[in-house]
Design a binder for this molecule. Structure first.
Ligand SMILES: [Zn+2]
Length: 204
């Protein structure tokens, strides 16, 4: 799957289909290296993927989503399909989603990245029906500071849960244009505000 910068609305669409492995937790990380100062956008993500694949021998980049330090407009990245287990936390990848923030938040300022991550995690919490305690930090499971000593777990959970709730349209109608929508019970058709047309939605 190509690494791609996405808006929050695009990520919302991207995570609509069911993730059959069952998502129970979101685990937050920082990259530590590269730092925000070293960040070069897409090239940095490709570099991380090359390292994970060629040095670590993993099938893909370890995280599902990335938060880049570039600017407010170009912060969120989809990296690996949520339908597949990631490779980001020891013995806990099967039912988790990994979110990696570019930066060394032992020393760098995490404010911008943490706020962008909170919007993304709020989407994931709503989509997969998670609670605040399902938002986890890597350091809870391994002996490291990840996602950085400057990031507080309690404050991050509060920030996420204080972010407006993400909603997906669930009221729909049968459509001849989208017969396959009704092949599965979990699907519905609804008017999309973003594309100004009818489209198929996954019920959640
Ligand atoms: Zn980590």
């Amino acid at each position: 799957m190509p690494i791609k910068q996405m808006s929050l609305a695009q990520i919302k669409d991207f995570i609509k289909p069911p993730a059959p492995r069952g998502i129970e937790e979101v685990v937050l990380h920082h990259t530590w290296s590269p730092t925000i100062a070293q960040y070069r956008g897409q090239a940095t993500w490709e570099g991380i993927r090359n390292y994970h694949v060629n040095e670590n021998g993993w099938s893909d980049i370890g995280y599902h989503f990335g938060v880049g330090g570039e600017s407010r407009e170009r912060l969120l990245w989809k990296l690996r399909p949520v339908t597949k287990s990631g490779a980001h936390v020891l013995n806990r990848n099967q039912h988790t989603i990994g979110v990696g923030m570019i930066g060394n938040f032992d020393v760098e300022d995490p404010t911008l990245s943490v706020h962008a991550a909170a919007g993304l995690v709020r989407l994931l919490v709503d989509r997969f029906k998670l609670a605040a305690h399902n938002i986890r930090f890597h350091r809870e499971f391994e002996n490291k500071s990840c996602p950085g000593i400057r990031v507080s777990l309690a404050a991050f959970r509060e920030l996420v849960m204080g972010t407006p709730q993400a909603t997906w349209p669930i009221r729909g109608r049968r459509s001849r244009r989208w017969p396959w929508c009704w092949a599965a019970r979990s699907l519905t058709v609804a008017r999309s505000s973003s594309t100004a047309g009818w489209r198929c939605y996954w019920r959640h």
